[in-house]
Design a protein around this ligand. Structure first.
Ligand SMILES: Nc1ncnc2c1ncn2[C@@H]1O[C@H](COP(=O)(O)OP(=O)(O)O)[C@@H](O)[C@H]1O
Ligand SMILES: Nc1ccn([C@@H]2O[C@H](COP(=O)(O)OP(=O)(O)O)[C@@H](O)[C@H]2O)c(=O)n1
Length: 213
């Protein structure tokens, strides 16, 4: 069983996926963390973010690995945990450029498809490209202002600066963002976190919602 939860930046994908995954008793898989890790490795190595060959060498050589847990995903480069460094402002700014490289996308897709099922997968193209045969698909939206207000609790910048950066990233991500035709689109603006989780759980086919492993 695979459930996909895609959506724009800071729409609630990872928090909602974690909640849905815990309710189902399965892990969730945060694809964005692998793109963030690719950007971090490139930034740390001083590689140009558009240099596909250099980024792929870093990915192949780093032993990069996603650990998908229901309570929160972790990313490792060999024995070093990258997770705490993946949500910095410089990674936010650089990640779309790295994520637009076709070779990097193919590398990430292969990592995700190799993970043992069942799980909830979240990102931009989980329901369209990576897991088109998923049993249930969702797409989260909210206005840029609402998303910026939420993210302001996690970033040092003020709300207008965060809103501008989110809008810029949505634009840069345009190619990899689009709801699957068979996804249920949820505007999370008027809902709290639990409200979004409940909408998703109640929309799941009965045998999926009832499963605990
Ligand atoms: N429906 C919601 N109502 C209120 N806050 C939310 C909601 N969804 C997410 N949040 C909060 O917004 C922030 C961004 O959510 P997150 O799950 O990191 O989004 P994404 O994975 O899409 O970037 C988090 O602080 C989260 O707790
Ligand atoms: N499936 C995915 C997931 C993320 N991404 C890229 O990774 C970036 C970070 O994604 P994320 O989901 O961790 O971050 P937020 O957009 O939730 O802040 C996005 O801005 C995209 O550039 C992607 O291209 N495809």
């Amino acid at each position: 069983m695979i459930v996909t939860i895609d959506g724009v930046a800071a729409s609630g994908k990872s928090s909602v996926s974690s909640g849905v995954a815990r309710a189902l008793g399965v892990p969730y898989v945060s694809s964005g963390l692998l793109y963030r890790a690719a950007a971090l490795l490139a930034l740390e190595a001083g590689a140009a973010l558009e240099d596909e060959a250099a980024v792929l060498v870093l990915l192949e050589g780093s032993g990069l690995r996603l650990e998908p847990l229901a309570e929160g995903n972790r990313v490792w480069a060999g024995g070093r945990e990258l997770t705490p460094d993946l949500h910095s402002t410089r990674v936010d700014k650089g990640v779309s450029a790295v994520a637009s490289l076709p070779g990097v996308r193919a590398w990430v897709d292969a990592q995700l498809r190799a993970l043992p099922q069942p799980f909830v997968a979240e990102g931009r193209d989980m329901g369209t490209n990576v897991f088109p045969h998923a049993q249930a698909k969702f797409y989260l939206t909210a206005s840029p202002r609402v998303r910026a207000e939420r993210r302001a609790r996690e970033r040092p910048e003020d709300i207008p600066a965060i809103e501008a950066a989110l809008t810029k990233r949505d634009e840069a991500d345009r190619r990899q963002i689009s709801p699957a035709v068979d996804a249920l689109v949820i505007d999370t603006g008027p809902l709290d976190l639990q409200g979004v989780i409940e909408v998703i759980l109640s929309a799941l086919p009965e045998h999926e919602a009832g499963r605990t492993s």
